[in-house]
Design a protein around this ligand. Structure first.
Ligand code: NAP
Length: 290
């Protein structure tokens, strides 16, 4: 088994971006600018957004964090989005999800200018993805494709099973793997909670992408010998032996599956850091397009 090391791969990508940004600055141009809107005080969202701001600083991007209380009205939020859409100094922005229940997430997503939608969630960008047109691809599937590319993993003609059909991970992942591209050209099965014979299906996969959010769901008997296993899942499990009080667990039983797989992503240190690097790549792309 060999590790698909998302941590070191993402560090390489960050370095490449940082070099490009210093080149831009040395030419007298302003750096790319990513803005993030955070509503409320959800612990996980706070961490994700803080990491995004830190990532921007590390590669030399400008960043802005716009915070609202949980009580913010939908109208106020949409007004801020309209301002960011019009602000020429902002290349891309994200609205951290989930949002409080009184705000319609779909309404928020569709109000973001597709040219600044670096999360790749708005319908125009998802449509472009389906058509194989230039677009912003959602950060997690984009990061996985980058990881497969950088490790030169053969995907053509392979059977790829994607577990989970969410709009931000499973579905775009299935589209990307089935596209006529490299990586890509796989024959894809998109599985979900209603899929019959899931174990047997997974055991036929040359490439298995687990994105369901069920800790250690994928056991060794669900994995074909020599498979490539991508573990997207991240669940915090209580662990009093850690100072943080928790440990991160993926959707895959790492130790036993690693014995059978040819390649596997660890959790943490696999897909997570690639997702973070992908957002930076999308922001740079938005900047260069503008
Ligand atoms: P989600 O929106 O909750 O979707 C989960 C998907 O898994 C659904 O399609 C669901 O099927 C399917 N599913 C649930 N239980 C299943 C089962 N027992 N068998 C087969 N399919 C099942 O989740 P998500 O946003 O895609 O995230 C998935 C996981 O990835 C989470 O742990 C999340 O934290 C993690 N994640 C990690 C990163 C990263 O950077 N590493 C980024 C994003 C997400 P139905 O559609 O039938 O309900």
């Amino acid at each position: 088994m060999q590790i698909l090391d998302g941590k070191s791969c993402s560090e390489q990508i960050r370095q490449e971006i940082a070099d490009q940004v210093s080149q831009l600055k040395s030419e007298g141009r302003r750096p790319p600018h990513l803005a993030a809107i955070l509503v409320g005080n959800d612990g996980a969202s706070e961490t994700y957004v803080a990491n995004k701001v830190k990532d921007c600083q590390q590669v030399g991007f400008e960043s802005s964090l716009i915070r609202f209380d949980n009580s913010v009205s939908e109208e106020e939020l949409l007004t801020k989005i309209a301002e960011l859409n019009a602000d020429e100094a902002v290349d891309g922005f994200i609205v951290q999800l989930p949002l409080p229940g009184h705000i319609d997430e779909h309404k928020v997503t569709v109000s973001i200018d597709p040219r600044k939608d670096v999360d790749g969630f708005c319908p125009e960008n998802v449509g472009n993805l389906c058509l194989g047109l230039p677009t912003f691809v959602s950060a997690t599937p984009n990061g996985i494709m980058e990881l497969l590319a950088r490790y030169d993993i053969e995907t053509e003609g392979k059977h790829c099973v994607v577990l989970g059909r969410s709009n931000i991970v499973g579905t775009p992942m299935a589209i990307l793997m089935s596209r006529n591209s490299k990586p890509g050209n796989s024959t894809v099965t998109l599985a979900h909670s209603r899929t019959a014979n899931l174990k047997a299906l997974c055991a036929e996969a040359d490439i298995l992408v687990a994105a369901i959010g069920k800790p250690e769901f994928v056991s060794a008997d669900m994995v074909k010998p020599g498979a490539v296993v991508i573990d997207v899942g991240i669940t915090r499990l209580a662990d009093e032996s850690r100072t943080s009080g928790f440990r991160l667990v993926g959707d895959v039983q790492f130790d036993s599956v690693a014995e059978k797989a040819a390649w596997i992503t660890p959790v943490p240190g696999g897909v997570g850091p690639m997702t973070r690097a992908s957002l930076l790549q999308n922001t740079l792309k938005a900047y260069l397009r503008n």
